[in-house]
Design a protein around this ligand. Structure first.
Ligand code: DX5
Ligand code: ZN
Length: 220
């Protein structure tokens, strides 16, 4: 069976104590780092200098999610900083094929994200350029929003297209992932789950990660 991955998002962590907050999730598969520029989304978080420092102290690989304009210019710099995977938004990239190749050339996994209302069909022919497709399950910008079930058919269509083409990229979901919603996303074909508030909002983050793994593995 496919390994299901839980990537907690530090968007819901204490930004003044990031090193300790990273230790709380050491049983996870990667740390999801949300970079926001107050242009692509109406929120502002952190940028390259902070990500470089997180990279130095993190016990886990970095899964960087860029919610920024001008992804073509910025995304390769995050790969060069050592991020294990770099996700740019399809809506913010001018030349997504070129960009995905640059990310791989820089040694990172290349990933592309779609907002809830962005269809995946225009990108079918470039799926082979990607290691991961992120189907946003909320409108990007903020933690703590409710999971959008309307994204489930897109996850299913992406999973079918990936299988049909014999590709090995994985589908990530991000937004509103809880013990209650994770199985719906898993059944639709997602195998990498970002969880912010449901992990960092718990007293015991390690237990929350285990609970998400268990809930994702249930038989529907
Ligand atoms: C939202 C971010 C998410 C966010 C998820 O724009 O991309 O990674 O942290 O938070 P939750 O899990 O609380 O929905
Ligand atoms: Zn994210």
């Amino acid at each position: 069976m496919t390994h299901l991955r839980i990537n907690p998002s530090i968007l819901s962590a204490d930004f003044v104590n990031l090193e300790a907050e990273l230790q709380r999730i050491s049983s996870a598969d990667a740390v999801h780092v949300d970079v926001m520029d107050n242009h692509f989304v109406p929120n502002l978080t952190l940028g390259l200098p902070v990500v470089r420092r997180i990279q130095q102290v993190s016990p886990l690989p970095l899964d960087v999610h860029l919610m920024i304009e001008d992804a073509d210019r910025w995304a390769p710099l995050y790969a060069e900083a050592g991020a294990a995977s770099v996700t740019f938004h399809a809506e913010a990239a001018t030349a997504p094929v070129k960009l995905a190749r640059e990310l791989r050339d820089a040694g990172a996994k290349a990933a592309m994200a779609l907002r809830p209302a962005t269809p995946m069909e225009p990108y079918l022919d470039m799926l082979g350029e990607l290691d991961m497709l992120l189907v946003m399950t909320v409108e990007p910008g903020f933690g703590g929003q409710s999971f959008l079930d309307l994204t489930l058919p897109k996850i299913r269509r992406a999973a079918a297209a990936i299988e049909g083409a014999g590709l090995d990229l994985v589908i990530q979901v991000d937004g509103g992932i809880t013990e209650e919603t994770i199985l719906r996303a898993a059944d639709a074909g997602a195998t990498v789950f970002v969880a912010g508030s449901s992990v960092y909002g718990a007293d015991d983050a390690a237990a929350a990660i285990t609970a998400l793994r268990t809930a994702a593995s249930q038989d529907a």
